[in-house]
Design a protein around this ligand. Sequence first.
Ligand code: ATP
Length: 366
Amino acid sequence: MDIRLENLTKTFSNKDRQVETIAVNNFSFTIPSGHLAGLLGPSGCGKSTTLFLLAGLLEPTSGKIFFGDEDVTALPPEKRGIGLVFQNYALYPHMSVYDNIAFPLRNSKSFREQHKDARERKSEIDRIVQETAKIVAIEELLDRKPAQLSGGQQQRVAIARAIAKKPKVLLLDEPLSNLDARLRIQTREEIRRIQQATGITTVFVTHDQEEAMSITDEIIIMKDGIIQQIAQPQETYIHPANVFVAQFLGNPPINLIDVSICDGWIILNDRKTVKTKLQDGNYKMGIRPESFALGTQDSEEAVAATVVYKATIGRDFQVRFNINGRLCEALIESDSRIETGDNVFFTMKRSGVHLFSTDGEREEIW
Ligand code: ATP
């Protein structure tokens, strides 16, 4: 079932109604059926507000939400057919894992109406609990209490509870932030596997770019309640729509340099380097640390620079130098011969060079 937002807006005003925050500013997009979409952006950009609007926990100021062909904008949460998983799994501590998963089914009016006979209902619940436990790989844990589980296992129980009712849409709000680094990676892969196994259209809120990059079909990147880019993860990295997206994605971050283009050439450290089709003028150039390599004076499109810092990081050298007065960082293969103080020539991978308008709002195709 696809999810469609039409001009969705949510504003909050303070008590005296003077300051207004536009938490969600005129969102219109569709998440295709069966996709896992990530809402990504810094704190306060409106991710949770968007999720709460989808869940029906908040009412939009204007605009509409459709699940498939159905306009759900005015429906309360329990009528939307959603599964919700929050950061704090909110499992019932006194109940076993089995009962935690069964609880929403036992309490569902529509489920009771569908299965009127108590014995039949009990066996149907048992079938669903076993089936769901198998999907999230917790069959062995059904008799335990939540306190007897690891964080990752608790999160899987929370997901099992959310999907047992066969929701049309699964909404996950920072579901991994309570887990340690290793468990986060394991559990995010697990979430992707479960999502693909069930085919439920899923929206996943995170502020962690790596998390969003690794498991989503598309990323919706937001800032101050405004959508910056919606694209497949790889696309947002290769073709960031603006400087904000370019800077938000990638670790270490992209280098940003003020450049001018003369006769079509990008001038870096007083040297004509890369030839473009762009009009002469001023631009912002972004280049990712891993897009530099060591060249020679004769290398095409090489920039001359003096190394001011070098350190070894895993397999690479982290190298710093100035371009057009800006300190830049490169990750260079550690079999290169390079030392602090060396005057060197760096070549740049063309696919790693991005040019933006000087206000940073627009990527220029060069
Ligand atoms: P985080 O990553 O910190 O959870 P977020 O991206 O989920 O942030 P939201 O919680 O959606 O951001 O908040 C978006 C904006 O709306 C923020 O400026 C926030 O202060 C504001 N906001 C959220 N809820 C309310 C509210 N109930 N009343 C007033 N302002 C609110």
